[in-house]
Design a protein around this ligand. Structure first.
Ligand code: GLU
Length: 342
């Protein structure tokens, strides 16, 4: 009997040591020097690229300097590495959808997101009205406009101001500093967002809007106008990479479970109609916005973000996609790149 227990003890010690070795080798951090050299190479390689064009369907975005080009990495142990322009602020736009969704997940759990919004790719453009109509408001997800406006309607807060404060607070907690609104961008979009208002009303007609549709659209439009730079976005991505604890402030922002349910939606729908191509090339959860920001999450290792306003036809920053894909390749970060054991 005693022998049995000793054997059992040895066996569990052995398994534990094995598991520890596995997790350490799996999340083995790239050194700061390796990351610095990879982003420097990418910066040099793509800095003169002239492809793409600023979004102009929101008039104010057409006036943003297309030469803004900043890269930032924030590791899960709190190192911040930046290159290029990290001073210029751009509006966060669709990248905000991730953090509002995360807060709704935190408040209401994954079942509510599944039942009240959906987590499937629509296969249609991010602001498609047809996508809502085809599925009677179902089978959408929080990273396209209908699902994002529904998230803004679901977020905690008794009235519009309280909901907006909740959204500002969660974005600031993810970024590790108090963020603020870009009013000209907000005013510019708010005066011209009939399409998003139509989406919100159609959702309401199908019983899938959980607050006044005009106010929910307004909250959503404001959240899209939050000002960020590449470093802010990288801290936000780093917080997701670190299971919901901000690696810079060390504060818990959301639970590991919320992150676990957030990342797959980013994989499914993070880069508009090119989410599949992005995943094929990088294997990473990511989110872009028409302001020119793009962030990607390397789970357990780091968050990386690039700001560069010119977009491709799908609405993703051209330089940002190229820089991140280059770094992923260089540092072998694709989680589906598996080293055989023998
Ligand atoms: N505020 C923008 C819209 O609703 C966000 C679009 C985006 O970044 O994809 O059209």
């Amino acid at each position: 009997m005693k022998k049995y227990f000793i054997r059992k003890l040895f066996r569990s010690a052995f398994l534990m040591a094995g598991a520890m070795f596995f997790s350490i080798s799996f999340v083995k951090a790239q050194t700061k020097a390796e990351i610095e050299s990879a982003i420097k190479e990418a910066y040099e390689k793509f800095k003169d690229l002239k492809e793409g064009k600023n979004a102009d369907y929101i008039k104010e975005l057409a006036t943003v300097d297309p030469n803004i080009f900043g890269i930032a990495v924030v590791t899960t142990d709190g190192q911040v590495i930046t290159l290029g322009d990290i001073k210029s602020m751009v509006s966060i736009q669709s990248v905000s959808k991730v953090f509002t969704m995360a807060k709704v997940l935190e408040e209401q759990g994954p079942q509510a997101i599944q039942d009240k919004i959906g987590v499937d790719a629509t296969g249609l453009r991010f602001n498609s009205i047809v996508a809502v109509e085809l599925q009677k408001g179902k089978e959408i997800n929080p990273l396209v406009n209908p699902g994002a406006i529904a998230s803004s309607s679901l977020i905690g807060g008794a009235d519009s101001a309280a909901k907006m404060k909740n959204i500002m607070d969660i974005h600031s907690a993810f970024a590790g500093r108090e963020l603020s609104l870009n009013w000209p961008v907000y005013v510019s979009e708010a005066g011209d967002n009939l399409r998003n208002q139509a989406i919100a009303h159609l959702l309401k007609a199908y019983g899938r809007m959980y607050f006044d549709p005009v106010q929910a659209t307004d909250i959503y439009t404001k959240q899209c106008a939050i000002n960020v730079n590449a470093k802010d976005l990288a801290v936000m991505a780093g917080t997701l990479a670190n299971g919901g604890v901000n690696p810079v402030t060390k504060k818990k922002v959301v639970s590991p479970s919320t992150v676990m349910y957030t990342l797959p939606v980013m994989v499914t729908a993070g880069l508009y109609d090119n989410a599949g191509i992005w995943l094929f090339n990088t294997g990473l959860p990511a989110k872009s916005g028409v302001g020119g920001g793009l962030l990607a999450v390397v789970p357990g290792k780091f968050g990386i973000a690039v700001v560069s306003p010119p977009l491709d036809a799908a609405g993703n920053s051209v330089k940002a996609q190229k820089v991140i894909a280059y770094v992923v390749d260089k540092l072998k970060l694709n989680p589906y790149l598996i080293t055989p054991k023998n």
